[in-house]
Design a protein around this ligand. Structure first.
Ligand code: PLP
Length: 706
């Protein structure tokens, strides 16, 4: 199960590999020492491209759907890159002496439509041919074929001289080079590394750092020797393929899976952009050098050349990335009334949810994972829809309040960790095991009872550090210790809940610090007693906002994800939910007429009244009655008049002569310049946004938008 920060090592290496590819094409050490440059660009940097093949093998090859997505995306990318580079390719004279159509086909399929672009058709052809084969015959079944192809490739690459004394090989390779300028392509080069990546993913043995490290050092040493030996024999026709490159890549890739570090998400796109754009940067630097007559400085000095190209590539790549990001997050047309006929509904903005995930991650230390709290139907936003979208953002840990909420998510296909925050009766232990939940142990007796059921259960121990709600008292050290040796309980986590972290008042801060201190002291004692600590967590949304530096493995984030923090905290988290209804009837009432149950409101003047089709059964707090609550209509505020009824309420339209039947009413959300946040609406009713949102009625249909 890929966890969100599990592939940090790979993501960092993507960037390193991208720079190595720039080095291959700029030969930075050339002006210093030819041997050093050979080692750097023809030996060391040769690990870059196989690494990218392996990531594709690792992440997509054995999965049909992912392979198709990959082919589609990479195909489009190749087409775009071709549009950019093909004219230069032809201008540079690459098609001279060959029929244009033949040259085009050959370039598109094998050689690439610019010199560096060979990689894209290679990975496309590799996945296209070997994806289905792997899925049909298994990796072991098809691996010999990939090896055989690689051997053929070797004899056309760095072992070229070896075969050339034999007439059969001469003819064979003449044939091969008729349709492809190199054997370093999708047929002979890509398959073995694609399969190697898939193999690492499939036979997921735990990497053994020492062995893998020794393996890497030895195989890289041998590869270096191999490369220099071949060079001295003058065998290479080209120098991409070595025998020792294969074991070298295997060990390297396994090592990269070990570090559990975070990597900026942008690294994936950045490394790709660097690869795609650096030849453009090369052209620009050369053009510029020629223009100002500084070729001796900028080009002939390999290091300056490399640095200039790298810098320009980075600028171009960041620029493009930035343009892409701003295009993605461009303001979408707001509050356009949905073409629905619902009497009241909620719009759930999934891009805001994704934005809030990013904002949370920015605030948390890199090793701390986001546990998305999706209890109470994701605070009324729709649990399944939100959990699905959160998974797309790489969230793999969820928290719910009850067993039923968890089961519902699992039945809708939500994978990953699901922690049940509340008490679950031991009689339901079978379900806990069946659905692979993490159950909270609410105190020592609960642990004993769960253990007695005999089901192998994964649990998180909850510790009471002062809230006195759920949790074993943190001072009962021996009882807590005992839980770790219970036969059927796997202790996967230990956590506490901060109950006053929302306030920055001195008393609140002191109390929170006391809770934190108690928790850490307990963890310390456990460690000293020889217990290996499981995952620890204590922050919820406010804990994250006010105590972001705490070193934990998770933060359990609810309300911040939904962007429903009080006004003072509402700077960067975007509200996910907007709640709307309609006017279903407009009437005029004369001065002195009264309105609603108990004739609770009397008009002081002639008034225009709108009846809105939402009431307390939909979740409108009844405490908003008699003018305490407001709604938005046509970008303006309107007060609630009289008592909120079960299914309707009345609002004042006197100042809104153009509001008619069907006009949209915003109970929570933005309309034009005006906004009523969930926090404001809740505050007017004497509550908090959490309550307002989680009580949103089942009659309010949720519409996901993005
Ligand atoms: C609900 C809940 C959370 C989430 O709290 P927010 O303030 O909404 O982030 C975290 N932990 C526990 C134990 C909870 O019950």
């Amino acid at each position: 199960m890929p966890a969100e920060r599990r592939y940090g090592g790979i993501d960092w290496f993507r960037m390193a590999a991208a720079f190595l590819i720039i080095a291959i094409h700029t030969s930075p050490l050339d002006s210093v020492n030819a041997e050093a440059d050979f080692f750097f660009t023809r030996v060391l940097a040769r690990i870059a491209v196989p690494f990218f093949f392996m990531t594709t093998g690792f992440f997509v090859l054995s999965d049909r759907k992912k392979s198709h997505q990959f082919l589609k995306k990479t195909g489009l990318l190749y087409a775009a890159a071709t549009v950019l580079y093909l004219p230069i390719h032809i201008y540079a004279g690459n098609w001279e002496g060959e029929p244009a159509l033949f040259a085009l086909l050959k370039d598109i399929l094998f050689d690439g439509t610019f010199y560096h672009l060979w990689y894209l058709p290679a990975v496309l052809i590799g996945v296209l041919i070997f994806g289905p084969l792997v899925r049909k015959f298994g990796i072991e079944g098809i691996f010999p074929a990939a090896i055989a192809l690689y051997l053929i490739g070797l004899l056309g690459d760095s072992y070229y001289g070896l075969g050339q004394s034999i007439p059969f090989f001469q003819e064979l390779y003449q044939g091969i080079f008729w349709f492809s300028d190199y054997t370093r392509n999708g047929l002979f080069f890509a398959p073995v590394f694609l399969l190697l990546g898939a193999a690492v993913a499939l036979f997921e043995r735990k990497p053994s750092p020492r062995l893998d490290f020794i393996g890497l050092v030895v195989s890289f040493g041998l590869m270096t020797a191999e490369a220099f030996w071949l060079r001295s024999l003058k065998w290479p026709r080209h120098d991409s393929m070595y025998i020792m490159l294969v074991p070298c890549m295997y060990f390297l890739f396994r090592l990269l899976l070990i570090p559990k570090i975070g990597a900026p998400k942008s690294f994936r796109s950045m490394s790709l952009l660097i690869y795609l754009l650096h030849p453009a940067a090369i052209l620009m630097v050369r053009f510029f050098a020629k223009l100002v007559n500084l070729e001796s400085v900028c080009i002939d000095n390999g290091i300056v050349y490399f640095l200039m190209v790298t810098l320009l590539t980075l600028v171009l790549s960041y620029g493009l990335l930035w343009i892409g990001e701003s295009w993605k997050s461009r303001p979408k047309s707001k509050t356009k009334p949905r073409k629905n006929t619902e009497r009241t509904w909620a719009e759930v903005n999934l891009s805001h949810l994704a934005h809030n995930v990013r904002e949370c991650r920015k605030r948390l230390p890199s090793q701390c994972r986001l546990m998305a709290v999706v209890k109470a139907d994701a605070y009324g936003h729709g649990g399944v829809v939100c959990a699905r979208h959160l998974r797309k953002q790489g969230v793999t840990a969820f928290a719910v309040a009850t067993l039923e909420e968890g089961i519902r998510l699992r039945r809708c296909g939500i994978k990953g960790e699901i922690l049940i925050l509340g008490y679950t009766s031991p009689e339901r232990a079978a379900k806990l095991q069946q659905y692979q939940f993490l159950q909270t142990v609410v105190d020592y007796e609960h642990a004993v009872e769960l253990d007695k059921t005999g089901f192998a259960l994964n649990v998180h121990i909850k510790i009471d550090t002062g809230m006195h709600r759920l949790g074993e008292d943190g001072q009962n050290f021996s009882r807590i210790c005992n839980m770790f040796s219970m036969k059927h309980l796997q202790i996967k986590g230990i956590y506490t809940h901060l109950c006053w972290s929302n306030s920055k008042e001195q008393k609140a801060v002191e109390f929170t610090q006391l809770q934190i201190q108690r928790f850490y002291q307990l963890l310390d004692r456990l460690q000293r007693a020889g217990i290996k600590l499981p995952d620890i967590h204590m922050q919820s949304s406010y804990g994250m906002l006010h105590y972001p530096k705490l070193q934990c493995d998770y933060a359990r984030i609810g309300i911040a994800l939904y962007g429903a923090l009080p006004l003072s905290e509402r700077d960067v988290f975007l509200p996910v939910l907007e709640w709307k209804s309609r006017i279903v009837l407009v009437r005029e009432i004369a001065a002195g007429e009264s309105l609603g149950y108990d004739c609770g409101f009397t008009a002081p003047k002639p008034m225009r009244i709108g009846i809105v089709s939402a009431g307390y059964a939909d979740g409108v707090p009844r405490s908003l009655s008699f003018g305490r609550g407001q709604v938005l209509i046509q970008g303006q505020r309107a007060s609630i008049l009289g008592a909120v009824c079960m299914d309707q309420m009345a609002v004042d339209l006197t100042h809104l002569p153009s509001a008619v039947r069907g006009s949209v009413v915003t109970l929570v959300g933005r309309d034009g310049e005006q906004e009523i946040s969930a926090a404001e609406c809740a505050q007017r009713s004497g509550s908090i946004a959490n309550e307002l949102l989680s009580r949103l009625g089942s009659r309010v249909k949720r519409f996901p938008i993005s």
